[in-house]
Design a protein around this ligand. Structure first.
Ligand SMILES: CC(C)(COP(=O)(O)OP(=O)(O)OC[C@H]1O[C@@H](n2cnc3c(N)ncnc32)[C@H](O)[C@@H]1OP(=O)(O)O)[C@@H](O)C(=O)NCCC(=O)NCCS
Ligand SMILES: [Zn+2]
Length: 213
């Protein structure tokens, strides 16, 4: 983790110039209108306007935290994670490396909230988003579940149970719709194995896929 300070970019730069400037940075880039209370922000991470990161949150390297995000204390975010705009990541949500969270996705941490029953952060229910998973825009993740490695949640879905690795799910409630490669291509079911154009080979048994290394 590296020290960070509020920063602003020089005025009048085009998108490409801004991109080059940001890529050269090792310290995190914190937009001047973001409120970042945590000191545990990895190098190369960018935190955009009006994001608010509470002191206990841990965010890895080379992440993007979009405009208007709110990250609570008991949150751990891995390396290379993209969290698009206006997303709240509540206590006890863990997001592993290279996860993509689409705009306005919703996490939850209490299955049966009642306004008059105040729960401590440690009593709230956790959710685990495993490495390489994608959560589509405006999807709702009901707490207490694990979304498997490289799984894909379609836009607008309501996810109420665990999603296995490389499964594509969508709908309300989200249900299994197929198998999906790291690169986003479909993995054809009903085959024993599959080599994707991206270079990854899988063994397939029913709906269980394993990468062959
Ligand atoms: C889930 C997804 C990957 C499916 O893409 P696809 O494989 O090309 O699917 P298709 O468009 O061929 O649709 C297949 C069927 O699923 C339905 N479908 C697709 N996405 C759906 C979704 N998110 N919710 C509900 N139904 C969906 C389609 O209506 C279609 O139904 P039909 O066969 O009855 O006509 C894509 O629709 C999606 O939601 N992507 C996420 C986009 C996003 O949130 N990006 C965030 C960054 S901006
Ligand atoms: Zn692939």
């Amino acid at each position: 983790m590296v020290e960070h300070s509020q920063a602003s970019l020089p005025a009048g730069l085009g998108n490409a110039q801004v991109e080059v400037l940001l890529m050269r940075r090792t310290a995190p880039f914190i937009h001047k209108d973001a409120v970042v209370e945590s000191r545990q922000i990895g190098e190369g991470t960018r935190i955009w306007r009006n994001a608010h990161i509470l002191p206990g949150a841990v965010i890895g390297k080379h992440c993007t935290i979009g405009e208007g995000c709110y990250i609570e204390n008991r949150v751990k975010i891995g390396d290379g994670v993209t969290i698009k705009n206006n997303i709240a990541v509540w206590d006890n949500v863990v997001i592993e490396d290279e996860v993509f969270v689409g705009p306005a996705a919703v996490f939850t941490n209490d299955l049966k909230p009642r306004a008059h029953l105040k729960k401590k952060p440690e009593q709230l229910t956790g959710t685990l988003i495993k490495r390489g998973a994608t959560i589509g825009a405006n999807a709702t993740i009901v707490c207490g579940i694990t979304i498997g490695e490289h799984a894909f949640i379609g836009a607008g879905s309501v996810v109420i149970k665990d999603v296995s690795p490389h499964h594509l799910v969508y709908g309300n409630p989200a249900t299994f719709r197929g198998l999906i490669c790291r690169c986003g291509m479909s993995i054809p079911a009903r085959r024993a194995g599959f080599s994707c154009k991206c270079g990854i080979t899988y063994t397939i048994k029913g709906n269980v896929v394993k990468e062959v290394f």
